[in-house]
Design a protein around this ligand. Sequence first.
Ligand SMILES: [Mg+2]
Length: 250
Amino acid sequence: MNRHDTRLCALTFDLDDTLWDNQGVMARAEQLHYAWLDEQLAAWLAAHGEAPRHFAEAVPVTRYQAHRRHLAKQHPLRRGDFTWIRERALVELLEEFGLSRASAWLWASLTMTRFHALRLEVSPYPEAEPLLEALTRDYRLGAITNGNLAFHRLALSRHFEVIIAAGEMPAPKPDARPFLATLSRLGATPARALHVGDSWQEDILPAIRLGMRAAWIAPHAPADTPMPRGAYRLEHVRELPDLLERMERE
Ligand SMILES: [Mg+2]
């Protein structure tokens, strides 16, 4: 390979708020998995002859959220591993609620299964499927997410040769490691790769620092936002093919 070859051969994608709008999904998953635990656990306690008690009344969801923040501070290396933090918080709060350690683990694990199912209820932008399908003809694709959704269970994931859950490495973006791991598995140098993402801090800056090019999905940023060399602003991922064509002509 020519060392000075800068033709793009690999594209890496952020997922949440890049290929779908994630706002409503997280809020819904947060509320509904906790409500599920509250209801199912009350029924289980009643079936075991205990006085009916409601977990979400004793431990409001705000307490669960505060405990997750506390655990993230206590375990800085795991701070991006949201599944680990959620499950651990649930186990500790369920034990505090009076469950044995074994029952606490069982209920935390069942609740996380529910959470992951809800977390997957994303609606990719309608353009995403044909867009990725077309891109695989010219580029190798990788996904790098800080989120904890089981992306491989979505049909869209079949277009990606590499899927990295950076928070579970554990090296959440903007750490360079998930980018380097993805590029090495795609057989691409940074100079021959472009990263697509919506976060300036977690997607664009680290990609540019590594010498990749970057497409920033920023519908609300002013059109005249100054961009570093190699970075481009898009309003929506559907504009990516036009950008790639322009870059080929440059
Ligand atoms: Mg994102």
